[in-house]
Design a binder for this molecule. Structure first.
Ligand code: DC
Length: 221
């Protein structure tokens, strides 16, 4: 059966990674979490303890090796051989990842790798610019969203389950700020591609959204 490229874009906390991972498993596709790539660059930069410097961060992005090793429940991420699966999700990384992702040379380096990973098809890639920039000719593009309140509630639940202490109002504020930064940046801002299908998941369960995506893929193969 033909294996296509599925591009899933949308704002933070819309459920992209959970759903993309589930759908990829069911389809036997590779799942590429491009947010994890920008987070990896940010992590690597924070490790150096240097001041924010675009040229330096771009150099790191061009020389580091990011690898995904999918396992049953988690998608492990490695940077130059070191596992960073958890380390790239810390508040320190989250706080500045949008600034790192706004650097043109960093995006160029990531997009090139993403295109290589998807060139043979059979991938489900999630991010902010997959349908607009990385794979403008993807056979299926989905723009996944949900209200900011619902996205904050989901993130809150997820973090509380992990034993992290957070405030719902603060989370909502952070998510709104990140949306704004990602949507208003000059290069490859977050936006729905014209030919992307809009899926508002505010009132949908994970299973419902996953089934909908599987159905859309079936229609295209
Ligand atoms: O999806 P996420 O929260 O892990 O993404 C982390 C950051 O990376 C987010 O602020 C937006 C940015 N990003 C991007 O600019 N382009 C992508 N394709 C994926 C993520």
């Amino acid at each position: 059966m033909k294996k296509i490229v599925v591009a899933i874009d949308g704002p933070a906390g819309a459920g992209k990674s959970t759903i993309a991972k589930l759908a990829a498993e069911k389809l036997g596709y590779a799942y590429i979490d491009t947010g994890a790539m920008y987070r990896s660059v940010t992590w690597k930069f924070l490790q150096t303890g240097r001041e924010f410097d675009e040229a330096f961060i771009s150099e790191l992005a061009n020389t580091m090796i990011i690898e995904f090793k999918p396992e049953a429940k988690i998608n492990r991420v490695f940077v130059d051989g070191t596992e960073v699966t958890e380390a790239i999700r810390t508040p320190e990384v989250t706080a500045i990842v949008s600034r790192v992702a706004a650097i043109g040379a960093v995006r160029e380096a990531m997009v090139e790798q993403q295109r290589r990973m998807g060139e043979i098809g059979g991938v489900l890639m999630d991010g902010r610019d997959i349908g607009t920039v990385v794979f403008p000719h993807a056979q299926l593009k989905i723009f996944l969203t949900a209200s900011v309140e619902e996205r904050a509630r989901r993130r809150y639940k997820e973090m509380v389950e992990k034993g992290q202490q957070v405030e719902l109002a603060q989370l909502q504020e952070d998510i709104a700020a990140r949306d704004k930064q990602d949507s208003e940046r000059a290069i490859s801002p977050l936006r729905q591609a014209e030919d992307a299908l809009l899926l508002d998941t505010s009132d949908m369960s994970i299973a419902q959204v996953t089934d909908k995506i599987l159905q859309l893929v079936q229609e295209r193969v």
